[in-house]
Design a protein around this ligand. Structure first.
Ligand SMILES: *Cc1c(COP(=O)(O)O)cnc(C)c1O
Length: 462
């Protein structure tokens, strides 16, 4: 064994303890750290061709060169994109995932996939899905959407009497994917799947809304020649608008389509009685995407993909090899996602669900919604700022009252970046900023601190 490896093995308990202390210091310093910094990369260090420096020295170098540049994305005022943190239990689960280093893809070594199935069962209960849905862990909502649409592609083949897994997407001819306000990852998925970005057809939304107009969707379905795919959106990123899932599902009585629901973060509305109606009908979907590194607050990267047609999923993703078993009634995970090897990603979700339960995660969702409402009210009451859309759930979409150019908004965001982080967008043709609440640590005090920083920055920018 190389001497540095042998030495680190000898002092492994002490080194892991030092690593733990670094993590504790990082988390303890979240509040003091700028929420984002614009620092570039440090001066490069060459690997050289000799030995390394050992873990202890590597820790010290990381602490000096890289750690100061990291954002406080795990903290309570990182409102960019839709970003979750990591609950204590989720963090512990993620540490143990790396320590155990399982490849949970096959019944030859089954514990990991049994644990994933237990976790998927809990998630199904959380979102009100029936046992007709099976689920698989993947790396994020983009991957979940990609897998869902891959199953949809296979279903189109079944309808048209062609075998896409065998003969390729070309056998389908032109495919139509209808959606009101699809997330950008849908077009990316269609590109990956060989259906093409142009397969995505935007369907008009309700007036002043991002939710699809069911009458317009029906018109588009009537025009479509043959079976197609509908992507329903449960939680859009600008205004957290929801398509009427039951109304869309009811259209299947007259039209032949696969219903995929992108509920990346919106599916968490199911946890609160006040908002559960927004995702009524979710169980009727053929495939469902839910991100977990957003509102479940497990570390990156984690999402789940649910479907009613695991048989088609296995047709797409099966991996035949001598050492892998037959598909059988419960196909191994190696046959269900684009990956072959499969991290025990479910463990972080397992821990947070077990530790805090439905009530604990409901409290996170409700506190985030209350925080978004409070920031929305503060923005509406701040001279120089304007709310662009009502705060429907956990996102505040706002802009400058006067001359809201992308440049001026970027300056405003940069001015508050030490205190709070927002990401730019365009809504209804107007450049804007978004604040998305999805971190378990965010409190009323964070909302006040954010509102005050914004108010100061607006005065400065005037
Ligand atoms: C975040 C998001 C995605 C993409 O998620 P990743 O985890 O970044 O891949 C897809 N759809 C919606 C609605 C989202 O909010």
């Amino acid at each position: 064994m190389h001497p540095e490896l042998a030495a680190d093995l000898d002092r492994l308990p002490a080194l892991l303890e030092e690593t733990r202390q670094r993590a504790v210091a990082f988390l303890g310093g979240l509040d003091q750290r700028p929420v984002v910094t614009s620092a570039g990369a440090p001066a490069p260090v060459s690997l050289g061709d000799g030995g390394g420096i050992g873990l202890r020295a590597a820790l010290a170098e990381f602490a000096e060169r890289w750690e100061p540049r990291l954002s406080a994305s795990a903290g309570p005022r990182y409102f960019g994109f839709v970003t979750g943190g990591a609950t204590p239990a989720a963090l512990a689960g993620d540490w143990l995932t790396a320590a155990a280093d399982q490849n949970s893809n096959s019944s030859l070594d089954p514990a990991g996939q049994h644990l994933e199935r237990e976790t998927v069962g809990w998630l199904r209960e959380l979102f009100g899905l029936s046992a007709a849905h099976t689920g698989t862990f993947v790396s994020g909502a983009t991957m979940s959407n990609t897998v869902g649409l891959a199953i949809a592609r296979e279903w189109l083949g079944e309808r048209l009497g062609v075998d896409v897994a065998e003969d390729g997407a070309g056998a389908l001819g032109r495919v139509r994917v209808l959606s009101g306000s699809a997330h950008s990852s849908i077009a990316k998925a269609l590109s990956v799947l060989g259906l093409g970005r142009s397969a995505l057809t935007a369907v008009p939304t309700l007036p002043g809304r991002e939710a699809v107009d069911p009458a317009e969707l029906e018109r588009a379905l009537a025009e479509a020649d043959g079976p197609c795919v509908v992507v329903a959106n449960a939680g859009t990123v600008n205004t957290v608008d929801f398509d009427d899932l039951r109304a869309i599902a009811a259209l299947r009585e007259r039209y032949d389509f696969w219903l995929h629901v992108d509920g990346a973060f919106g599916a968490f509305a199911a946890l609160t009685p006040e908002h559960a109606g927004l995702v009524a009908g979710l169980d009727l979907a053929d495939s469902v995407c839910v991100d977990l590194h957003k509102w479940l607050n497990v570390p990156y990267d984690s999402a789940v993909q649910f479907t009613r047609r695991r048989d088609l999923q296995a047709r797409v993703f099966q991996n035949a090899a001598a050492y892998l078993g037959p598909l059988g009634e419960h196909p191994d995970l190696v046959h269900l996602t684009p990956e072959n090897s499969h991290r025990l990603r479910a463990l972080a979700a397992w821990f947070t669900l077990r530790a805090y339960g439905r009530a604990g995660h409901r409290e996170i969702v409700e506190r985030c919604v209350a925080g978004a409402r409070a920031l929305g009210e503060a923005v509406a009451g701040t001279d120089g700022l304007r709310l662009l859309a009502p705060v429907r759930l956990n996102v505040v979409c706002f802009t400058l009252a006067e001359d809201p150019t992308a440049e001026r908004l970027a300056d405003l965001a940069a001015e508050v970046a030490g205190e709070a982080f927002f990401t730019p967008t365009r809504y209804a043709g107007v450049p804007a900023l978004r604040a998305a609440f999805s971190n378990w640590r965010t409190t009323e005090a964070d909302v006040r601190r954010t509102a005050e920083a914004l108010a100061r920055a607006v005065v400065k920018s005037a």
